[in-house]
Structures are given as C-alpha cells and as structure tokens.
Design a protein around this ligand. Structure first.
Ligand code: SF4
Length: 1015
C-alpha cells in the first residue's frame, strides 16, 4: 500500500486536502503546479482548486466538482464530490457547506459557489469545514466496485447457488412479463398474468383486494425521488397493495410511540435536541452521534455544547459508546437491555412525587390560556377522563355537555369545581373522584396526570431499580438533572429501545419532555421543518387517469383494524366471540408499522392470508436487516415452488436478492438524481443532486442505461398500464408530457421542488463552472421550459435548498408549537388488541414483555435457561450496506460479542473466545468475545451491520462461467438478526417477535445464553 492509499484509506487527509484546496504562490498552470507541489507527500489526489497567495482561486484542470446527497445511511447528508473528468471517476467525497447537516454554520445560498471554495480554503477552512462521516466518505469507490452488478443476469443454477448468465435486458423484460418454462422447472406466471384486478386475492374476504396483490414489492421509501416512481408503478399502475419497506424494523417503534404523546390522533412523530441551547440531555438507548440523525450535525452539536456551554448529559445504554466520555461532562449509566421503561417510569415516579415538573404549564386548561401565558403548546394533563365502565364515553375525555357545563370540550377541576375546560384559568392535575352527570348518574373522573401517576406508583422504586439495573440514587440524580434546567433539557432516543415495550418507550420519552415543558422550547425537544416534495406543482406526479386505488385495501401484513375484517363480522354473525383473531392485525398507525417487508415475507411463507406469486426486491434486504426474521423465510425464497418468480433490482447482491431469478442492475447513489429530506436538519431543506459520472450499468437496445426507472417504465408500457408512456404526465399549463425514460420523471420532480424554493439565487456563469452545471443540466434541459430549467439549475448549484432565519422566537423555536400534548391519548385508548380484545392503554403502562397471545416472554424463555439479555446497535462507521465500501471494511473489519468482564468470568469466558449466542428459537449466532467494563453486567451486546458472509461480494459467484472470487474481508464479524427469536404464540410456520401494540420488530432485551464453541 503506497502512502496516498494509506492516507486516504485511513481517512487521515491533510487539512488542505480535507477542505479540497491547496495553497500555492503560483497561479498557472494549475494542474502542473499541484503535482509538483505535492510531490513530497507521495501520491496525493488532485485538489479541487488552487488558492493563490493573492487570494485568487483557480479550478484544477480536469477536475469537476458537484453536489449530491449521501445515501450510505438514511440521514441523507449533503455531499461535495470531486471527479476526475478524464477517467470519469469519483476521487473524493466531502460535505456540502450550504447544507445544515454537514456544517454547524452553513453558508448562505446567496454565496456564489466559487466563494464557497475560497471560504473552505486555508485556515478559514477549519472554521467553515463541512464534513461527512466515515461511512459517507468511504462511499467513494461505490461506482467502480469490482463486485457491483452491472449486467442483466439470469440464474443458471438453483436459487442462491451463485451461478448466473448475462442476458439482454430485452430478454429479461420479456420473460419477466410473459413467464413460461423459464428455468426448465415448470411454468412460471409472468407479471402480465399475475395482474388480475378483477379476481380477489382471498375469495370471500374482499378487504384483501385483488389478485394483483400477489405481486409483492420491496423498497427503501426514504429515497423520495426514485421511490415515488417505483410506488407509482407498483401501487397506482400495477395495482398491488403490497409495496413494503423497512420502517417496522427500523425507526417506526420510536416514531409511533412519540406520536401517541404529541397530539390527539395517532400520527408518528420524532423529536431532536436543540443542540444550540440545550443544557442537559438524557439519551436513552443511544449516545449522541451513535445513531439516528446525521453524525456530522450531532458531532458538531455535541462538541460545541460540551465545550461552549458546559452541556451535561447522561447516556443510559447497555453499552458505553465512544462518544460518551465520563470526564467531559458526559455520564454513562449501564442499563439492562430492554429495561428502559422501568427506568423511565422510575423517573416519572420521582418527578411527580417530588413536584419536579412544570405544574404551571401542565395546568393550562385551554388554548386561550396557553396563548395568554405565551406558550406555544399545551397538554391535556388536567383534562378529566371517564373511568366509569358503564358510561358511553368510558376511556374517553369527559365532555362538558355530559355535565351540563358546555359543549364537546373537556372538563377540568378548577378552584374545586367541575367546569368546562374552556372556561377555566387553571386545572387541577391529580383529581380522581366521583361526580354527578347531567342525568344525575355518578361518574368517576380522573385527570390524565393522575392516571399516569397511579401507573407510575403501582411499582416501587426499588423494583424499578432492580429491573433496570440502575441504582435508586442514580435514577434520582437523573430525575433531578432533567427537571432542574428549566426547559433547556431534553430526553432523546432513536431506535435504541426497540424491545417488547418499544411503543411505550417512545410515548414515555415524549411524556418526560412534556413534564418539563421541553417540546419546541429553546434548548429542548425540537422538530425539524422538513422538506419540499415534488408531487405537485408544474407537473402532477401524484396521480393520473386510470390509476388503481388501493387505499382501502388491507395488505398482506394485515395493516388495519381487525374489527373491519370479514373474519370478525362472521364471528359476530355466528354469535361467537370475535377474539382472538386468527392471526395478528396491525391497527396502531398501520401504514407505518405494517408496510413491513419482513412481515410480508413472513405472511408469504405462511401462505396466510396468501402467498406471493412474484417478488420484486429493489434496494432492500429484509433477510439480513429485520430482527427476528426466521431462517425458514429464506428457504421459501430459495424454493421456486413456493415463490415462482423473484426479480432483484440493485447494484449489489445481498442476503435477500441472491435468491433472485433475474437481476436488473441499478444506479448507485452517485449516478442518480436526488431531492430528499435530511435527518438532523432543523431548517426546512431539500438535499438535491444529479448523476456525477456515467452510469456503469449496461445499456438496453434503445441505448438507455438499465436501472430501476427504465425497467418499471418498460414494464408498464409493455402492459399498457396507465400513468406511463407518451403523454402520461399532466402539466399545469395543460400539456401532457412523456414518461418514457429515466430523466423524464426526475426532471419534472426536480422542477416541482425547485419552483417552491423561493430564495434560490440566480445562477451565474461562474456558478455553472464551479458546480459543473452544464454536465448535470444537459439531460434535463430539453424536458423543461426556460423558467423551470433556471430554477432546477439553481437548486443543483447549491446541492439543494436550505432555508435559514431566526432560530428562536423568545423562549421557543421559531415556527414550533401547536401541539396538544397527550398525557392521556383517548384515541389510543379506544383501540383493542386483536388477540385479547382488551383496550389499549390511554397512558403509558409498565408491563412485562408479552407475546401476541399475552404470555410473558419469561413464561417461554425463563431466566434459568436464558440468563443474559441481548442488545444490538448500529456502529458509527458502518451502515447495512457499507460492507461493500472497502474503506469501511478496512476501518472496522469485524464486530465482537461484548460482555462485562464479570459476566464473562462467570460464564468461564475470556477475550478472544468464540461463543455461540443462543435464544429461545432463533438461529444461533457465533462471534468472538470482547470483555471489559464498558458493558452492563448481564448484557450481551453485538453490533448490527456485520457478518455479510453471502453478500456485497464477500462470497464467490460465477457469471457466464467466469468465477468472481469472494472478498472475505467484506464478510467480517457476526450477523445477529436471525438469532433474535420469533413469537412462539403466533400461528403459522414462521413468525416474528413484535412489540405488543403496533407489531413492530424487537431487537433489545432478548433473553439469551452463551456457550463457548470448542476450538
Ligand atoms: S451520517 Fe449517513 S448520510 Fe450522513 S454522511 Fe454519514 S453515512 Fe452519509
């Protein structure tokens, strides 16, 4: 390895290279000067530009610089990319200095692109630095990865054998459409035959829609621009309701739980921390920068808060992560995996009993009083709930009309009297008493906060402490810290508590922030302002004539209310009890919790309610990524008798798509258009980009590069589906424009987005040069009018659109507020569990983890057999698919089975031992022990994203008889998700392990034991 290779692989670049510029006292010729100046460094990359001693800046000849966004993880940070024009290759990836998540102080959009490079050069470059994290920077080789799939492939052996032949795109298209005896294994239906809109998916159960649903399709919905075209084909044109994604085994549990606490109704939500003013932060199941929002933004936010404002923070996590430093105002509390709700309830018990909460805020009875007090939110803490079982409003908020006090508004106790909430100035918080309604009937009413306190007090502090493994003293200190910084405090998580109580945990976190009045407060819990979408505007990309409406169809995951099903109605008609349902339904935020790719494959394997006839798997890897997915699902995918047609669309082979019959090569992130939201950004913003280099995928007969877009467009046109082809898109000016090729969709989507971006500057010729706009606009210009083209050009010139403005309005975040925070959520309290038929709780509840049938986990997996608790986590330098980036694999080649030293000793284990992690019924996972004091006692922690033994080029494959040898370094470490056990009480051959309410997938607090593997 030469020095340049070493330096760049290690991510240790010089300050000049890091900012993308080099200092020089000469002005020309630039390219010659660079190589001479840098000779002493060995073999440096050419820089983006040369900064002269006189301050002049000149572009490096042969180097193109462009903006796009990173899709190495779902944060979608902005990127500034350096490209060698002669070789058409990506040289280096940096951060976009206009983008909030790459830079603590982003440049204003009005700054010309050239000036941004001046500001990034020299000493000022340190101050203005825009960064990418290690995994984002490692994506530099994704375009020319030798194990990338660039040809159209058809399997030449059994599914999963790794034997392929290359075929023409046209042959693949025809066979996928028309079917036939494609592999000498018997007749296979093509997509044309499967699309039977006039036949039911399940005879006699119309809620499951048409037989077209027997096409299942997976994708990563986070890619809005490309994903929206894929969804247009699958849902609206083809007509399948089974377009499924990864949320249920990713962020949905947290988002659903948060949402229950934020507003009436049941919509997901997610808060972030106001890094600019926070004084105390409590991280549950994570550490700042370890997962969730952009590492670039969090890293800078944490560093500034810790050094500039002496932020104090506590991480409650089974694992000590690198970003928690005990001597720099951070404090780590090791918690038993999956026991977060015990800790959170203990905090609530202490805070409520000590009066450590914002009583003034919580006592506000109505919007008028909130406004008069200068509040932007209010809560329903003092509103009274009907607790009388015989009352028609049982479990709902009591209405003033029922007591002759007014209309539909709630009631409160004010000055000892029951009054309409609209007429009170203040409501009492701990009322629980009997009142007489307008009919003279006694009715028990309890304040929302009283119900929460009763639940928190049902368990003793010592029991909570014992359950979570954190002492009462430590818990008390956290409660004190959290409640003694006014509103400049916040509780945060992001997927770090996905256990059986995941939904409750999200709700508890929202509740803790409510108790201290932190929502939308300066220094508290804040909510990003989102992005602009491109579905409407100059072009109608949201709908089209003749589209199939699947909005009322229950998908294969049973995403909806059981009470609306044929099964329920038939049981009622027979006079039977409708409960339990014959299988799991997802009635809590079903669109988010049950568009679940892994649950869909589970239903397929069980054939309940039906199986897929075909699967199209685009950029998705449920077999690897979904915790608790059963290995028998894999066997089903490998069996053509059970899944007749399997089509993959991807740039890489992964654990799921390796079983495909056909492989359609796709564009990597540097070859695609983008217009997405960012996680970690507070201001409204769209991160945008255009292809940076020539796509490496083969071309079809028409001369277009093969990719997802071309494939679904050609499928649709061959089947004469609506919404695709000549004149398929309606323009606002009455024209109909074509949807025939890749750019046809993206040009119009970008035009719709750019038209909303009101403060984009006009682009100058100099901007064009410095952002290589001629390169990115050439394919788009002919599809846009002059105004649209200039707006899209402006959008691409800054790599997106980033609003700025006053962050605060007094003590609150500018533009925040409008929430009616739910200590008691009456909508949640009206839902029933489909097995027990019992109501869901209206306030968070402390319960043992339960299976679908109500049995506790302990009943089936007793501590005597499984004495340890497992937790997985996302490492900082890896994403699910970055194993394909060799720099990532080199920086973190493997993971470990982390144990506390005392736990290891008790098990007779030492560092370096190979062990097997065994759960109740999952597939055991083997890994290497690392024991130290940075893990909770009794915990087993293993990071996700490793162990890709049969993916991303780690395994060998043959194409047309040529063997591509596996690259073992890409498969280092242990994969853990199939070790996570499934629910033994759910019906069917396979199942998953779910939280009790929304049915999202669990990965924490799993009872396990470990066994040493004999050498
Ligand atoms: S945080 Fe994610 S999106 Fe942002 S640079 Fe890192 S890998 Fe890319």
């Amino acid at each position: 390895m030469d020095r340049r290779t070493f330096i760049t692989r290690a991510g240790l670049v010089s300050a000049a290279a890091a900012t993308g510029t080099a200092c020089s006292s000469h002005t020309a010729p630039a390219a010659l000067k660079v190589s001479k100046t840098n000779k002493r460094f060995g073999n440096p990359l050419p820089t983006e530009a040369q900064l002269g001693a006189d301050g002049s800046l000149s572009k490096t000849a042969g180097i193109r610089t462009m903006y796009t966004r990173c899709f190495t993880c779902n944060n979608m940070c902005g990127l500034r990319v350096r490209i060698d024009e002669a070789s058409d290759t990506v040289l280096k990836v940096g951060g976009n200095p206009y983008c909030e998540v790459n830079s603590g102080s982003p440049f204003p959009l009005s700054m010309p692109v050239r000036d941004s490079y001046v500001a990034l050069a020299g000493n000022q470059g340190l101050e203005n630095r825009a960064t990418t994290c290690g995994k984002g920077a490692s994506g530099v080789n994704c375009v020319d990865d030798p194990r990338r799939v660039t040809q159209v492939l058809k399997r030449a052996g059994k599914r999963g054998e790794g034997k392929w032949i290359s075929i023409s795109y046209e042959q693949a298209l025809k066979e996928i459409l028309d079917g036939g005896d494609l592999f000498g294994e018997g007749q296979v239906d093509g997509l044309r035959a499967i699309r039977q809109l006039d036949k039911p998916a399940v005879p006699g159960q119309p809620e499951f829609g048409s037989a077209a649903n027997r096409l299942f399709a997976t994708f990563n919905e986070e890619d809005t621009l490309r994903g929206s075209l894929y969804a247009r084909f699958m849902r609206q044109a083809y007509g399948t309701a089974n377009l499924v994604t990864k949320h249920a085994y990713c962020g949905a549990p947290t988002g659903i739980g948060f949402g229950i606490g934020l507003n009436p109704g049941l919509e997901p939500g997610l808060s972030d921390i106001d890094w600019d003013s926070v004084e105390y932060a409590l991280f549950l199941g994570t550490a700042p920068g370890a997962s969730g929002a952009s590492l670039n933004r969090l890293g800078r936010g944490l560093a500034d808060a810790r050094t500039d404002r002496k932020l104090k923070y506590t991480c409650v996590d089974p694992l000590l992560r690198t970003t928690v430093a005990n001597d720099t105002r951070g404090h780590w509390l090791p918690i038993k995996p999956g026991r977060d709700s015990a800790f959170a309830f203990a905090l609530i018990q202490i805070m409520l009993s000590e009066g450590w909460f914002d009583a003034e805020f919580l006592s506000i009875p109505n919007a008028g009083v909130a406004k008069a007090k200068g509040e932007v939110n209010r809560a329903n803490a003092c509103h009274l709930v009907v607790m009388e079982k015989s009352h028609p409003d049982y479990r709902k908020l009591a209405k003033a009309s029922d007591f002759g006090l007014g209309g539909e508004e709630p009631v409160v106790i004010s000055d000892g009297q029951l009054v309409s909430a609209d007429k009170a100035q203040k409501g009492e918080l701990f009322t629980d008493a009997s009142f007489t309604d307008a009919n003279g009937q006694p009715v028990r009413l309890a304040a929302s906060l009283a119900l929460l306190k009763q639940e928190a007090d049902r368990t003793s502090l010592s029991e909570y402490a014992n359950a979570c493994g954190i002492s009462e003293t430590e818990i008390r200190q956290v409660a004190k810290d959290l409640s003694h910084h006014g509103r400049r405090a916040c509780v945060a998580t992001n997927t770090g508590a996905n256990s059986g109580d995941a939904i409750i945990m999200g709700w508890l976190i929202a509740t803790l922030n409510t108790l201290i009045g932190a929502h939308d407060a300066k220094g508290g819990a804040i909510y990003g302002n989102g992005a602009y979408w491109g579905f409407e505007g100059n072009y109608n990309l949201g709908g089209f004539d003749g589209e199939v409406d699947t909005s009322e169809v229950i998908n294969v995951c049973r995403a909806g209310a059981y009470e609306g099903s044929t099964e329920y109605q038939q049981k009622l008609a027979r006079g039977d009890s409708p409960y339990p349902a014959s299988d799991m339904w997802h009635n809590l935020v079903p669109g988010y919790a049950a568009g679940n790719a892994a649950e869909a494959l589970t239903a397929h394997t069980n054939g309940n309610p039906y199986s897929a006839k075909a699967l199209v798997n685009w950029r998705s890897n449920a077999l690897y990524s979904a915790s608790s997915i059963n290995h028998k699902v894999e066997q089903t995918l490998a069996d053509p008798a059970r899944l007749p047609l399997f089509v993959a669309i991807d740039c890489y082979m992964n654990e799921t798509n390796r079983y495909a019959d056909y492989f359609i090569p796709d564009r990597v992130m540097f070859e695609e258009y983008a217009a997405d939201r960012m996680w970690g950004a507070f201001n409204l913003g769209v991160v945008a980009g255009a292809p940076l280099v020539t796509p490496r995928t083969v071309k079809n007969a028409a001369g277009h590069h093969v990719c997802m877009e071309q494939f679904v467009i050609d499928l649709a046109m061959a089947m004469s589906l609506p919404g695709f082809g000549k004149g398929a898109i309606a323009a606002a000016d009455g024209r109909k424009v074509d949807l025939l090729a890749f750019e046809d969709w993206h040009a119009r989507y970008l035009a719709n987005v750019a038209a909303q971006c009101s403060t984009l500057p006009a682009v100058s010729d100099e901007d064009r040069q410095w952002a290589a706009l001629d390169y990115s606009m050439t394919p788009l210009r002919s599809r846009l009018n002059d105004v649209e083209a200039s707006q899209v050009e402006a959008l691409l010139s800054r790599g997106g659109y980033y609003e700025s403005g006053e962050r605060y309005d007094g003590d609150f975040i500018n533009g925040g507020g409008g929430k009616l925070l739910q200590i008691y959520n009456a909508d949640m309290a009206q839902l029933r569990h489909c097995h027990s038929g019992e109501y869901y709780p209206g306030t968070p509840v402390y319960q043992p983890n339960r299976f679908w049938n109500g049995d506790s986990w302990e009943q089936h997996w007793p501590a005597s057999d499984y004495p340890l608790l497992f937790s997985s986590y996302k490492p900082t330098l890896r994403s699910n698919y970055s194993a394909a980036f060799d720099r990532c694999a080199e920086l973190t080649p493997t993971n470990f089975v982390y144990l506390h030293s005392e736990t290891a000793a008790a098990q007779g284990l030492k560092n370096g031992d190979t062990v097997r992690v065994i759960s109740g019924n999952g597939t055991p996972a083997e890994g290497v022990v690392q024991a130290d004091s940075g893990v909770a006692k009794g915990a087993v922690c293993v990071s996700h994203t490793f162990g890709h033994k049969q993916a991303y080029g780690a395994d060998s494959r043959s194409i047309d008889g040529q063997v591509l040898e596996g690259l073992p370094h890409r498969g280092g470490g242990t994969a853990v998700n199939q070790m996570v056990p499934h629910d033994p009480t759910r019906p069917g051959e396979v199942s998953m392990l779910n939280d009790y309410y929304a049915g999202t997938n669990c990965r924490h607090g799993i009872p396990v034991r470990i066994e040493k593997v004999n050498a």
